[in-house]
Ligand binder design. Structure first.
Ligand code: UDP
Ligand code: MG
Length: 323
């Protein structure tokens, strides 16, 4: 049986705001969190839903959510994963199920303040498709914040998106952003960059950040190299995943050219002069350039074949359509 409320005309009522909350083992904070969010949204006088995604909790989180759902069936949705799939998968599931025109995401640990929701939502508009929270005074340890500061700096420099805090759980999205966004693995850390590279407008707003009251952080230090590799993936796929030969082919041809010139010159010297090739290490270097060049071009061609087999996937995002 569908749990969506039906109006008299038979149309389902869509909530104006969907709050999407990924969580794993957060039994301590869920009730308090729900109470706070419900309060804020009631004050805003909009229709709303809260979508909790239980990402494989092993504590009593799901039982608490089940009770909340039974008590407030039209406002609380719960998705329970079969096992822990990670925050990115949880967010994707939440976006898929969310019905609101505006989607707010938030961590379940009460480190973010639900009181920020109205202002975040208000900032969305013509000039802004995603508002990302900025934990200006962050309540985590120095060892934890330093790598992410460095990552933000490098990311800004490489992508042209200059914001202070990429990985804040608190964000407000226009629905179309959430519909078009595809994330997996650790990529939730780079949502503002991905959204920016898709052509949407991204802003930030300083938000309150509190120390964790209950439970433990699910992430440990030492993720820096993974973050850097992810950034590489994002930059590469955003620009070249549809035309890999343009990247690899360029460097491949260049390397092939350099190698051919060096070796060609040495071979001519061997044929028309007295030089022998056996005492010319440069010949090996030229040879190396030739091999690397051929390798690069081959990788580019392989990439083209792979991307061709994925061509039916949508490669663009539409801003408006007049029909
Ligand atoms: N989380 C999740 N799946 C995971 C790990 C974390 O859904 O595999 C949730 C977690 O319950 C919390 C949010 O993601 O609601 C952020 O996690 P956490 O607070 O541990 O991260 P931190 O704030 O320490 O970066
Ligand atoms: Mg947290």
């Amino acid at each position: 049986m569908s749990k969506i409320i039906k109006t008299r005309s038979g149309k389902s009522m869509e909530p104006a705001i969907s709050v999407v909350i990924p969580l794993m083992n957060e039994e301590g904070s869920l009730e308090e969190l729900f109470g706070k969010i419900a309060n804020v949204l009631k004050r805003m006088q909009t229709s709303y839903e809260i979508v909790f995604i239980d990402d494989g909790s092993t504590d009593s989180s799901f039982d608490i959510l089940k009770e909340l759902h039974q008590e407030f069936p039209s406002n609380v949705k719960v998705i329970r994963f079969r096992r822990n799939y990670g925050k990115a998968a949880a967010l994707m599931a939440g976006f898929k199920s969310a019905q609101g025109n505006v989607i707010v995401t938030m961590d379940a640990d009460l480190q973010d303040d639900p009181e920020e929701i109205p202002q975040l939502v208000e900032m969305l508009g013509k000039e802004c498709d995603l508002v990302s929270g900025w934990k200006k005074r962050r309540q985590d340890s120095f060892l934890y914040t330093l790598p992410s500061k460095a990552a933000n700096f490098i990311t800004g420099w490489l992508t042209g998106l200059h914001i202070h805090d990429l990985n804040c759980g608190l964000k407000a999205y226009k629905k179309e952003v959430a519909v078009d966004l595809k994330i997996y693995g650790d990529l939730y850390r780079y949502i503002p960059v991905l959204v920016h590279l898709m052509g949407f407008k991204v802003s930030e707003k300083p938000v309150q950040h509190y120390p964790r009251k209950y439970g433990q952080s699910k992430y440990t230090i030492g993720k820096f190299h993974r973050g850097f590799l992810d950034l590489l993936t994002i930059l590469y796929t955003a620009k070249y995943s549809r035309r890999p030969l343009h990247l690899f082919g360029l460097w491949g041809l260049l390397s092939l050219f350099i190698g051919s010139v060096i070796d060609g010159w040495l071979i001519l010297g061997r044929i028309f002069g007295e030089t022998s090739l056996s005492n010319r290490p440069l010949f090996m270097i030229g040879f190396l350039f030739v091999i690397i060049g051929i390798q690069f071009i081959s990788i580019g061609l392989l990439g083209e074949m792979i991307s061709r087999s994925e061509r039916n996937e949508q490669t663009y995002t539409v801003r408006e359509e007049l029909r």
